[in-house]
Ligand binder design. Structure first.
Ligand code: ATP
Length: 295
């Protein structure tokens, strides 16, 4: 395996019948990394997560968790997991569920701290099956962190959470996750942008981009020039160095690789433009571009 990696994939492929879900995926997670796994529906994210956890076997290649088979009990005791669905008995009370899961781990978090981090205070005596979908998600989060694991794997953890709790969830997670390794999938690109130090973009079962968020953003080499103008985006579209022009609310936005050469030209087209700024593209813009390139 690679050094003291937490998770290691080497040339991993997995097919379901004729559907090639993953193809030649290599990936290493180092201790303490916060990694978001992104990709459109069906790109192979859940398959990759399930392989990491030993729930699936690769057809080809190698998967190691803490340097061992993901099926090994020793490796699993260092791992917390929150998947898209959870088989938790409906008549188990919240406190009982957390106590049960804590008992699987050698050095669990205190019960009160777990309940606090997951926002479950006041719900301890409720049956799991009688909770709302969002509350059940909180219980699943509590079960994922209650063992105080070194690696936390989360598959779309914030689906079904309202915006307030989504924010609270990430805040709690980060409070807990100092020094831990985090691997999560999400369709909310703002979550990856804000909370991951590194993003891996999957598309059609292959890794399309892998690196620090800033690096992935610079992959396309682009910047966005934004300004207010009475003249519409069409007037700027054909200028040399402008890749794309669009109207966003009152603003015109231009994608370019050479803002320094484009700015004098746009000032020549509209000397009265205002609120000029040059910014990095949002992860969302880069993501769609990366996928479009490969379509
Ligand atoms: N058990 C299965 N049997 C057959 N095909 C499957 C199975 N599980 C997944 N697939 C297919 O494998 C591909 C990858 O699916 P996967 O669930 O890994 O994607 P995903 O990126 O997690 O998608 P989503 O964002 O929709 O959750 C898809 O084409 C999917 O239809």
């Amino acid at each position: 395996m690679m050094g003291d990696s937490i998770l290691f994939f080497q040339e991993v492929s997995k097919a379901y019948g004729s559907v090639q879900a993953l193809e030649g995926v290599s990936l290493t997670l180092a201790p303490g990394e916060k990694v978001a796994l992104l990709g459109p529906n069906g790109s192979g994210k859940t398959t990759l997560v399930h392989l990491s956890l030993g729930l699936l076997r690769p057809d080809r290649g190698r998967v190691e968790l803490f340097g061992e088979s993901p099926k090994s009990l020793r490796a699993r005791r260092r791992l917390g997991v929150m998947l898209q669905s959870a088989a938790i008995p409906p008549t188990l009370r919240v406190r009982e569920a957390v106590e049960l899961f804590r008992s699987y781990y050698p050095d669990p978090l205190p019960l009160a701290e777990t309940l606090h981090l997951a926002g479950l205070e006041g719900l301890e005596d409720r049956w799991y099956g009688r909770l709302s979908g969002g509350q059940q998600r909180r219980v699943q989060f509590a079960l994922a962190i209650c063992g105080n694991p070194e690696l936390l794997v989360l598959d779309e953890p914030t689906v079904g959470l309202d915006p307030d709790y989504r924010r609270a969830f990430w805040k709690s997670l980060y409070e807990w996750a100092q020094g831990k390794t985090l691997f999560f999938t999400t369709h909310y690109l703002d979550e990856a942008d804000r909370w991951a130090g590194r993003v891996v973009v999957l598309h059609k079962g292959r890794v399309r981009a892998d690196g620090p968020v800033k690096w992935v953003k610079s992959q396309l080499g682009g910047k966005v020039i934004r300004f207010r103008s009475r003249i519409g985006p069409k007037a700027f579209e054909g200028l040399p160095g402008v890749l794309q022009a669009s109207a966003v609310g009152d603003y015109v936005e231009l994608a370019t690789e050479r803002p320094e050469s484009v700015i004098p030209q746009i000032l020549a087209v509209d000397p009265n433009l205002s609120d000029l700024e040059v910014r990095e593209p949002a992860l969302e813009e880069v993501f769609h571009e990366l996928i479009r390139e490969q379509a």
